[in-house]
Design a binder for this molecule. Sequence first.
Ligand SMILES: Cc1cc2nc3c(=O)[nH]c(=O)nc-3n(C[C@H](O)[C@H](O)[C@H](O)COP(=O)(O)OP(=O)(O)OC[C@H]3O[C@@H](n4cnc5c(N)ncnc54)[C@H](O)[C@@H]3O)c2cc1C
Length: 385
Amino acid sequence: MATEIQKTVRGFVAQELKGRHEYLDSLAEAPLPLYEKFRETGLANWWIPKENGGLGLTLSDSVDIVNELAYGDAGVAFTLFISVLGTSIVSLYGSEELKDAYLTPMAANGSYCATLGSERNAGSELGRIETVATRSGSELVLNGEKFFSTNSGFADFLVVVAASAEDPADHLAVLVPRDTPGLHITKRWDVIGLRASATYEVAFDNCRVPASYRLEGNGLRLLEIGLNASRILIATTALGIARRIRDHCMDYAKRKPLKGATLLDSPVFAAKLGQMEMQIDVMKSQCRAAARDYDDIMAAPDPGAVFARQGTLKSALTAKMFCGQTGWDVASTGSEMFGGLGFTNELPIGKLLRDIRYVSIVEGGDDVLRELVFSRYVIPVPRRS
Ligand SMILES: Cc1cc2nc3c(=O)[nH]c(=O)nc-3n(C[C@H](O)[C@H](O)[C@H](O)COP(=O)(O)OP(=O)(O)OC[C@H]3O[C@@H](n4cnc5c(N)ncnc54)[C@H](O)[C@@H]3O)c2cc1C
C-alpha cells in the first residue's frame, strides 16, 4: 500500500510530469521551474538528517520516492536525488560548522549540491586525477578541470575531489561554495538522455577555500562511500523507467489490432510482459535489499567509521549493474513492441530508451564495476557470499 510520501510524489508526477515528455526531453533552462513545485511538497532533499533541519528519511524511503519520480521522468529524479552523493560525504565526514553552514540551508531552501570526481584524462582511474589542492597558509588553493558534474551550475556548493600537491599519494575531498572566485562553469553537456537534468564541465583557477573545508579522510575513499547511496538510487531510476515502459506496452497492446483481436490477446505478448514483470520485480527487490544494507550501516553508532572500513557496498554495485543491464533489456523489448513507431519520437518510448542508457554508464560503467566487484568481493574469500 502506498505511503503518504509516495502519494505526495505521485501527485507531483501526475501534476508536473505527466504528458510533458517533449518538454522534459528538450534540454530547457536549468534548473527547470517545476523543481520549485517539488520543493513546495516539502520533500526536497528528503534524506538530510533531522539534526540539520531535514526530514531524515532513509535510503529505503528514497528507493520508494525515486521509483515514483523516475516513473514520471528519470532526469527529474536524477536532479532531485543526486545531491545525496555530496551531502552524505559532508554529513559523515564534515565538521559540525560545515554541516550547519551548508546542509542546514539546503534542507531549508530545497537547494542543491554537486560532486566533482571525473576528469577527461583520468577516466575511471581516479587515482590519476589532475586537479590539485595546494595548502597556502590557512587556505587550500584548487586548480584543474572537472569533466562531468551534475547540478554544479546552480548548486549551493561543490564537493571536489583533488590530488594533494604536498603528498602525491593523498587525495582530498573539499567543499567549495559555488560563488568562490576562480570557479568557472565552462560548459553544459548536450546529453542524449536525462535531458531534464543538467551536467557541466567546471574549471578551477586558483580557487581558494579555508583549509577547514577539507572533509575528513582520503578523498577517493570518501567519494567511494558517497557513491553507495547514489548508485542505489541510479539503479532505482531503471526500475521506475522499466515500470513506465511496461505500462506503455499494456496501453498500446489494448489498442493495437492483431489477427481479428488485439495485441493484448497474443500469447507472444503475454510471454514478453510476464518476463518483463519478473525483471521489474527482481530489480525492485535488489534496490530494496541494497538500501537496507545501507540503512543498517547508517543506524550503527558510528556509520562513518563502518563505511570507512567497508568502502563500496557489494549490493550497491550489483544493484546498479543488474538494474542497468535488466532495464536495458526491458527497454529493448519495449521499443520493439511499438513496431516502426518505436523508432520514432512520436511516442515516449524513444526517450525512455535513451534515459535508461545512463544507468550502466554514470558512476562507473559496468566494465569498471565488474572489476571492482572482483577485486573487493571475489578475491577476498571472507567477502564472498
Ligand atoms: C549525465 C552524466 C552525469 C554525470 N555526473 C557526474 C557527476 O555529477 N560527478 C562526476 O564526478 N562525474 C559525473 N559523470 C561522469 C560519469 O560518472 C563517468 O562518465 C562514468 O563513470 C564513466 O567514466 P568515464 O567517462 O571516465 O569513462 P571511462 O571509465 O574511462 O570509460 C571509457 C572506456 O574505457 C573502458 N574502461 C575504463 N576502465 C576500464 C577497466 N578498468 N577495464 C576495462 N575497461 C575499462 C570503459 O569500459 C569504456 O569503454 C557524469 C556523466 C554523465 C554522462
